[in-house]
Design a protein. Sequence first.
Lengths: 116, 114
Amino acid sequence: AQSVTQPDIHITVSEGASLELRCNYSYGATPYLFWYVQSPGQGLQLLLKYFSGDTLVQGIKGFEAEFKRSQSSFNLRKPSVHWSDAAEYFCAVGGGYGGSQGNLIFGKGTKLSVKP
Amino acid sequence: DAGVIQSPRHEVTEMGQEVTLRCKPISGHDYLFWYRQTMMRGLELLIYFNNNVPIDDSGMPEDRFSAKMPNASFSTLKIQPSEPRDSAVYFCASSFGQYSTEAFFGQGTRLTVV
C-alpha cells in the first residue's frame, strides 16, 4: 500500500540550530516527493519537490531535502532555524502523472516549535 | 491572481443540516482537488476534477458527500445531512497541466458540526 510516514509528531529546536524532519514513503512506482508547510489557520505552501535528477533539492526559505531511494526517505533539512519557521510540515508522495501533482498521499505531519 | 479562494472560512452547523463549501480555483488551472484534514486521519484526498469532470472520487467517504464543478471557475462540496464526525478542515487545491509541478492550496474551510 502507498503510504508516507513522518515518525516525529512534534519537534522543538532552538533558534539558530539545525533541523532535520524525517519522511519515509512506500510507493510502488517511481515516486514524486513533496514537502509542504502549513502555518496556523493557513493553507499548504510548497517548500520543495523532487521529480528526478539531482537527489539533493533546494527549496524556498532555505530548506533542502535529500532523496535516498535505498532508504525510501526524503528528509527535510535546514542549517539554521528561524522563529518564523514554526509551523507544521507535511511530506507527500505522488505518481507524477495525470494530475498527481495534486493527487497526493500525505504524511500525518510534524509540528515544529522554535525556542528563542 | 488571488490564489485559490474558499468560502466560507468557518462554518458551524447543526447535525442534520446541509452544508455547502465553495472553491474558486486559480484562473486557467484545469485540475481541482478537494482534501479533508482531521487530527485522526491527516490530509486525505476526497475527489479531483480535470476540465470540470470528476476523475477519481474514491476518497469520498459516504453518499452524504457530493462534489460538483459546473464550470472552470467554481466547485462545491456538499454534505447532506451533516454529522459531527464531518467536522474537519476542508481544503481545495488547483493546478495546471498534466505534468505541472505544483498544486496550489486554498486557506481551507473549518467545518464544525454540533
